[in-house]
Design a protein around this ligand. Structure first.
Ligand code: MSP
Length: 511
């Protein structure tokens, strides 16, 4: 089964910020999880390169838009590699194959008689690349997202007959599974109930875009162009890319992950465009929340933008991933707080998980000849085995419903309970009596086995940390055995050699 997951295609007006890193990490986690379940994943990311915003950014730098886009796209691509993002496709909307797909798509929409020439008048936010709904006093109105004045536009544009799809869209958004989370769905239901208006899909004052066939001076509106990146990405590596190849190669997407500010484009405009072109619709659009920093909106003018590259080099991939996944409930807004970040990493990863592994492995090495103990007889009533089974079930259920913070918490809670089991049983006291040897062997085995499973469950969430746990347990994950099967209790082999333990994550200090 193919599972297609997409990040938004990021504007190349600037290098990646924490918001783009956040969405990309979330998608990466889900893509990794689906691969572990042996699904055939196509994980799409990329960049949105056309339009007025990018044209102006390049002009301000005094360079051609193409060279500007080459430079920033490269930064995005490299950045995702530095973050160990397991994307399958990286689409650039300025590429020839993408243009081809946009043109083919446009022909289909035209054949459905959904394109006409009209006059577009209104207030436009260049940052959002969007006309705003009749602001009351437009001369003082600033875009609430970009805090910049809107610009008045009055020009002949081609229009798409969105209004024709009112009923279809109502039906789609009323399906509970289409838009998540629920609050976002309600926003869209509200918006659509006010009546859909046709929207313009070409521009005459933007040269940096895909030319509209047969209309001199018209380029496609950047959103009409960018949304198709999700489709063109699928056949982008083919020698002869086309719309049909993309359709046959895996379309429709199973899930589009986006920020809440671009929900209308994905949950209203995009489905209507797809119906018009006779194409299948994505299964789900998930609108996540916004990240703030220490309670404040991040922005260049506020001077509080958190540089993700700096975070990565200072704290490493695992720490940032764990914080963003575990501390922010997907769908809600989240706040990045430095002290909280340090506390969470130290408590969860260093103390709870790291320490559990470290101390148990040390005891095992000391008492059982640097090996996993050899257990002869297992007791029937194994409390830690039951806890592990319950944790796995809950974790899978949370992952399948995209409650990643809760899935992460399940793993953490298993580690906490395993630590408690160790403390309650006090093998360091029991070992003093020779008669207790078998009991001690069993306790240590149970804790190491629970830690093995914790490591496996961490694989999609913090892959580097997970493989460090594996190293410390004697490299026992098997690539050729399905991951789910490896979650079965009791697979840790007695007498496996344990290497000398080293901390799997360094403790962090407050700034
Ligand atoms: N180019 C369009 C998307 C086209 S998809 C076919 C775009 N790009 S963007 O770079 O401006 O935004 C990309 C994503 O980043 C959006 O989903 C947006 O919601 C998200 N975020 C921007 N700032 C954010 C935060 N502070 N926090 C979380 N996500 C944020 O829109």
């Amino acid at each position: 089964m193919t599972f297609v997951i997409t990040t938004p295609l990021y504007y190349v007006n600037d290098k990646p910020h924490l918001g783009s890193v956040y969405t990309t990490i979330i998608c990466d986690t889900i893509a990794r999880y689906k691969r572990l379940l042996d699904e055939d994943v196509i994980f799409i990311t990329g960049v949105d390169e056309h339009g007025l915003k990018i044209q102006r950014t390049a002009n301000e730098k005094g360079i051609e838009p193409k060279s500007h886009c080459d430079e920033i796209s490269e930064i995005f691509n490299n950045n995702w590699k530095n973050w160990n993002i397991s994307f399958d496709k990286f689409i650039r909307t300025s590429s020839k194959n993408h243009e081809l797909v946009v043109n083919e798509f446009y022909e289909r929409v035209k054949a459905s008689e959904d394109i006409y020439m009209g006059v577009q008048k209104g207030w436009y936010c260049v940052g959002c690349e969007e006309f705003k709904d009749n602001p009351e006093n437009s001369s003082t109105y600033k875009c609430p997202i970009h805090q910049k004045n809107l610009e008045w536009k009055n020009e002949e544009n081609l229009f798409f007959r969105l209004s024709k799809y009112q009923k279809d869209i109502e039906k789609i958004i009323n399906k509970k599974s289409f838009i998540e989370p629920i609050e976002r769905r309600n926003e869209i239901i509200n918006f659509v109930s006010r009546g859909l208006k046709d929207f313009s899909i070409s521009r005459t004052n933007v040269s940096w875009g895909i030319p509209v066939p047969d209309y001199d001076n018209h380029t496609f509106y950047v959103w009409f162009d960018a949304l198709l990146g999700y489709v063109s990405a699928i056949s982008s590596n083919e020698s002869d890319p086309s719309l049909n190849k993309s359709i046959n190669g895996g379309w429709p997407a199973n899930i589009h992950f986006i920020g809440k500010d671009i929900l209308r484009f994905h949950a209203v405009y995009w489905p209507a465009m797809l119906i018009s072109a006779g194409m299948k619709l994505p299964e789900k659009v998930y609108g996540h929340g916004f990240l703030t920093r220490e309670g404040q909106k991040m922005g260049k003018s506020l001077g509080n933008v958190l540089d993700p590259e700096l975070l990565l080099s200072k704290y490493g991939n695992d720490a940032v991933r764990w914080y963003l996944i575990k501390d922010i409930s997907l769908g809600n807004d989240g706040d990045f707080q430095n002290r909280r970040f340090v506390d969470i990493i130290n408590n969860d990863l260093a103390n709870t998980i790291g320490n559990l592994l470290n101390r148990t492995s040390s005891m095992s090495r000391k008492w059982f000849d640097n090996k996993v103990p050899n257990i002869e007889k297992r007791s029937n009533n194994n409390q830690i085995e039951s806890l592990t089974k319950i944790a796995i079930e809950k974790y899978i259920d949370k992952f399948n419903t995209y409650k990643l913070d809760l899935a992460a918490n399940e793993v953490l809670s298993l580690a906490t309970k395993t630590n408690l089991y160790l403390n309650d049983n006090q093998p360091w006291l029991l070992i003093k009596e020779k008669d207790n040897l078998n009991v001690v062997k069993e306790i240590i085995y149970n804790v190491l086995e629970s830690t093995r499973i914790i490591g496996l469950l961490l694989l999609p969430l913090v892959p580097d940390l997970s493989s460090k746990i594996d190293d410390q347990l004697g490299s026992i994950y098997k690539k050729d055995v399905p991951w789910k099967e490896q979650l079965r209790w009791g697979l840790l082999i007695s007498n496996t050699s344990l290497p000398k333990p080293t901390p799997i994550i360094n403790k962090l200090d407050y700034e």
